[in-house]
Design a protein around this ligand. Structure first.
Ligand SMILES: [Ca+2]
Ligand SMILES: [Ca+2]
Length: 288
């Protein structure tokens, strides 16, 4: 029996798995060259709230910004999944829905504990939402600025139980954003750093995974499991959207950049078979 050289066998095995697990990107936006939001975004904002492109801020600039200076109005920028035409043809064996983005919060004031959020509606007959926010909650006796995440609602209240990077007794490095100030908005921020978020949802699951890390120091990382999600199909784009928003009663300024929405297939049986065959040929060669 003719055998494959070792390097070729390994390369074949790796290539078979790699090509089958590549994500299909259905929406991406880094705002390069943009001075205004593209038609992909549906914008809503009241007086005193600016929703648009910042040409001088971003990772790198430009980026999407919401600058909310009104305690009477809110703002939002939404991308609806119904417009992701590629999504409908990219599904099938694709079983993982993924949303990634970079987010920097420069200021925030909110009596109701949170105003700046990034919501991901996973869609389905009963739309189920993952609510990612920057807010504050009393933790360890101190009203503390935190990133938080919760499932099943578009307006979860930040707390010690949904704070990202809080272990129940202490904060992981990079996830305690200091004491909340009710008077100085710029005290409530991510300290000039962009954080990278990756939300992963597996078809029909009742929970999702969220990984967050500080782009200025990727060793500052936290992963949380978000429960409270109604099982839905990755292939069902009805009711699905991603949305950057600010609240009515609060104010704040934040920047969102490098938004990537994708679907990822599970390794197919064909890919596993090819990988297995390549490995088998390598083992045959080793025994001789
Ligand atoms: Ca950018
Ligand atoms: Ca507001």
């Amino acid at each position: 029996m003719k055998t494959l050289p070792l390097p070729l066998a390994v390369i074949l095995a790796g290539f078979a798995l790699l090509t089958e697990t590549q994500a299909a990107v259905v929406f991406s936006e880094d705002f390069t060259g943009d001075t205004s939001l593209s038609s992909a975004f549906t914008v809503g904002s009241g007086a005193g709230v600016t929703v648009g492109v910042s040409t001088d801020q971003g990772n790198p600039a430009p980026s999407l910004t919401i600058a909310d200076a009104s305690t009477a109005n809110s703002g939002s920028a939404t991308v609806y999944g119904n417009n992701w035409s590629a999504f409908n043809t990219a599904t099938g064996s694709n079983k993982v829905f993924e949303v990634a983005f970079d987010w920097r919060i420069d200021s925030s004031i909110s009596s109701s504990a949170s105003t700046l959020r990034f919501n991901v509606s996973l869609g389905g007959t009963t739309a189920t939402t993952v609510n990612i926010g920057f807010g504050h909650a009393v933790i360890g006796g101190t009203d503390t600025n935190i990133l938080y995440a919760a499932g099943g609602t578009s307006g979860a209240t930040p707390s010690s139980s949904n704070a990202i990077g809080y272990t129940g007794s202490s904060f992981l490095s990079g996830f305690n954003f200091g004491a909340y100030s009710s008077s100085t908005a710029t005290n409530n921020s991510t300290g000039g750093d962009y954080y990278h978020f990756t939300l992963t949802y597996v078809d029909q699951a009742t929970s999702a995974q969220l990984n967050v890390y500080n782009i200025s120091d990727p060793s500052q990382t936290a992963t949380v499991t978000i429960s409270g999600i109604t099982a839905t199909s990755v292939a069902n784009t009805s009711g699905r959207y991603i949305q950057s928003l600010s609240g009515q009663s609060g104010t704040g300024v934040s920047y969102v950049d490098n938004i990537v929405v994708s679907v990822i297939p599970e390794p197919s049986t064909t890919a596993l078979a090819v990988a297995g065959a390549a490995l088998g040929l390598f083992l045959v060669r080793r025994r001789r």
